[in-house]
Design a protein around this ligand. Structure first.
Ligand code: MSP
Length: 514
C-alpha cells in the first residue's frame, strides 16, 4: 500500500569527485543543510541528499594525471567529502556515489526504458566540448569563438558516434511546464533564461560516449557508457528509491527543491525534466539556482580557491560563523564576494557582540542577582515587553523567508529580535532595578531575557547548531533542543522558573588577530 508523499526532499548537486571540496561546494551544501534543519524544526520529515559524481571524462582525466585507476581515485577522494560534511556539521540523510550499484543498475534500467520506447537513437555529432563542464557548446556560445563561457579556457573539438536523446520532442512539454509552474525555476530571472533557451529551439543531445569507458555501461551497446550528466541527474531518483523501493520513492518524490549553482541550470531545468517526462516520472517541484562565490571577480574554483579551504576559515572563525556568514552576507540568488575582513566584521558585530555578549550578560546577572536560578516573573508586563514581543513577531515571520531560500533577509529579521533583547536590557536596566530594590521588576526583566535566550537558541539552531546547543546547555533545560518544534517553541513564557542556569564559556570568544 502506498502512503504518498510525506517527506520534504532537498538535494545538493552531486560534486565531481575529481578533486577535494572548496568553499564554492560548501556554499551550496550549507544552504541545503540550513533549509533541511529549518524544515525539521517546523516538524517536517526530511530527506536531505548529497553525494559525489564519480564518472565521466573529467574524473577519468584527474585519475590519469595521478596515474591511478579511476575507481581507486574516487575511493581516495571520498573521505575528503565526508570530512567537509562533518567539519560543517551537515545533517544529510544519505550520501550517494554514482559508482554504487544501487545507482548504476537503476540508471541502466531508466535509460533502457527511454531506448525501448524510441527516445534514443544513434548519430554522429561534432562540436566544441569543455571537459570541465562535461558539455558541448555551440560556437556562438563560446567567448571569442574559442573559450568556454564558464571556465574561460580553450575547448576541444569532439566528434563521436553516440546515442542521442530526443530532447527536441519535449520542447512543448517544457514550455508548458514553465508557463504553468511559475516557481519551477527560481529566481525568476533564471526561469526566463531557461524559457528563452527552449523557445529558441532545442537540439537533441548526446546521451552516450564511446571515446572512454569510465561510466555506466550502455546495456545494449558494448563499448559505450552513458554521458555523465544523464548518469548524474538520475541520482536524485535512484537515491530516493526509484525502481528499488516504490513505497519509499512515493514518500519522497518529487523533490521539493534541487539546490544548484547557476552554471548547471540548463542540465537541471531543461534536460532533467525532459528525461523525467519521457520516462513518465513526475518532475521536481523546484530548482533553485544560486549565484557564484567570486574571488577577484571570478568564480571560485579549483585553481583560485586553494588558499582558502573551508577548514582554514573554520579554524579561525569556527563553523557556526562559517555557516552564518555566507548566508547572512551574500544574497543567495546573486553572485557575491567573500572577504576575510567582512567575515571578521560579522563575527565581531553580530555573533560576539549582539549574541554572545547578550547571553553572557544575562546569565551573569541571573548568577549574581538570582543565585543562578531562573526567577518567577513578577510585576506587570508593560511597554518594553510589548516592543520585545513585536520584535519576536518580526523574527518568526521573517524567518519564513528561508522557505524562499532568502537566508539573508530571514537572518536579518531574526537579528531584529536579538537586537531587541539587547535594547530591552538597556531599557529595563536590571542593575538599577536591583539597586532600587524593585524585586518584581527585576524578576520580570531577567525572566523575559532568559526566556528570550531560549527562543534565540531554537531560532538560530538551523544556522548555528553549535552555538544553539551551547546556549541551550547554559539554560539548564531538561528538554532536548533537537525536539523543539515551531511555532510552539518560539512562544514566550515557556521557560520553567527555578531551573539552574550555567555561565560557562563565551559563545563567541574574541578572534585571534589575523
Ligand atoms: N557534478 C556536477 C553536478 C551534477 S548534479 C546532478 C557539478 N559538480 S561541481 O562539483 O562542478 O559543482 C557542483 C556545484 O558546486 C555546482 O552547483 C556549482 O555551481 C557549485 N559551485 C562550484 N563553485 C562554486 C562557486 N565558486 N560558487 C558557488 N557555487 C559553486 O557541476
Amino acid at each position: 500500500m502506498s502512503s504518498g508523499k510525506d517527506t520534504f526532499y532537498i538535494t545538493t548537486p552531486i560534486y565531481y569527485a575529481n578533486d577535494v571540496p572548496h568553499i564554492g561546494h560548501a556554499y551550496t551544501t550549507v544552504a541545503a543543510d540550513v533549509l533541511a534543519r529549518w524544515r525539521r524544526l517546523n516538524g517536517d520529515r526530511v530527506f536531505f541528499l548529497t553525494g559525489t559524481d564519480e564518472h565521466g571524462q573529467k574524473v577519468a582525466q584527474a585519475a590519469a594525471e595521478r596515474g591511478v585507476d579511476p575507481q581507486v581515485h574516487v575511493d581516495e577522494i571520498n573521505p575528503r567529502w565526508h570530512e567537509m560534511l562533518s567539519l560543517l556539521r551537515i545533517s544529510n540523510d544519505d550520501f550517494i556515489r554514482t559508482t554504487q550499484p544501487r545507482h548504476t543498475q537503476r540508471v541502466q534500467e531508466f535509460m533502457q526504458r527511454l531506448h525501448d520506447q524510441g527516445d534514443l537513437y544513434t548519430a554522429t555529432y561534432a562540436g566544441p566540448y569543455c571537459v570541465r563542464c562535461e558539455a558541448y557548446y555551440t560556437v556562438e556560445e563560446l567567448l571569442d569563438g574559442q573559450l568556454c563561457p564558464i571556465h574561460r579556457r580553450p575547448v576541444e573539438q569532439l566528434e563521436q558516434e553516440n546515442w542521442f536523446f530526443r530532447l527536441s520532442k519535449y520542447a512543448d512539454d517544457l514550455l508548458r511546464l514553465y508557463d504553468e509552474r511559475a516557481d519551477f525555476v527560481r529566481p525568476q530571472a533564471r526561469l526566463n533564461e531557461v524559457r528563452s533557451f527552449v523557445a529558441a529551439g532545442l537540439e537533441d543531445i548526446s546521451a552516450s560516449r564511446s571515446s572512454f569507458d569510465w561510466g555506466v555501461p550502455v546495456p545494449w551497446e558494448p563499448g559505450h557508457v552513458f554521458y555523465v550528466w544523464f548518469d548524474a541527474l538520475l541520482n536524485y531518483i535512484t537515491a530516493a528509491g526509484f525502481g528499488a523501493d516504490d513505497e519509499q520513492f512515493e514518500r519522497r518524490w518529487p523533490a521539493d527543491v534541487h539546490l544548484i549553482g547557476k552554471d548547471i541550470l540548463r542540465f537541471h531545468a531543461v534536460y532533467w525534466p525532459a528525461m523525467l517526462i519521457a520516462a513518465g516520472v513526475e518532475v521536481p517541484h523546484q530548482i533553485f539556482a544560486h549565484g557564484f562565490l567570486l574571488v577577484g571577480g571570478e568564480k571560485m574554483g579549483k585553481s583560485n580557491a586553494t588558499g582558502i579551504a573551508p577548514q582554514r576559515l573554520v579554524d579561525h572563525f569556527g563553523r557556526d560563523c562559517y555557516r552564518y556568514y555566507f548566508l547572512r552576507e551574500l544574497s543567495f540568488g546573486n553572485d557575491g564576494t567573500f572577504s576575510w575582513e567582512s567575515m571578521a566584521e560579522r563575527y565581531t558585530a553580530d555573533l560576539a557582540n549582539d549574541l554572545g555578549n547578550l547571553a553572557n550578560r544575562v546569565l551573569n546577572m541571573v548568577g549574581s542577582y538570582c543565585d543562578t536560578r531562573v526567577p518567577e516573573p513578577g510585576g506587570e508586563p508593560g511597554e518594553p515587553e510589548a516592543r520585545l514581543a513585536e520584535d519576536l513577531a518580526t523574527a518568526t515571520s521573517g524567518l519564513q523567508a528561508f522557505d524562499r531560500l532568502d537566508f539573508k533577509s530571514g537572518l536579518s529579521d531574526l537579528w531584529t529580535f536579538v537586537s531587541g533583547v539587547n535594547r530591552y536590557v538597556e531599557a529595563r536596566a536590571p542593575w538599577a532595578q536591583r539597586k532600587a530594590g524593585d524585586v518584581d521588576g527585576l524578576n520580570l526583566t531577567l525572566y523575559t531575557c532568559v526566556d528570550a535566550l531560549r527562543i534565540i537558541a531554537v531560532l538560530v539552531s538551523p544556522v548555528m547548531p553549535d552555538a544553539a546547543e551551547a546556549l541551550w546547555a547554559k539554560l539548564g533545560l531538561d528538554e532536548d533542543l533537537w525536539d523543539q518544534r515551531l511555532p510552539r517553541a518560539a512562544s514566550q513564557g515557556l521557560l520553567p522558573p527555578g531551573v539552574a542556569t550555567r555561565r560557562g564559556d563565551l559563545l563567541f570568544p574574541r578572534l585571534e588577530d589575523g
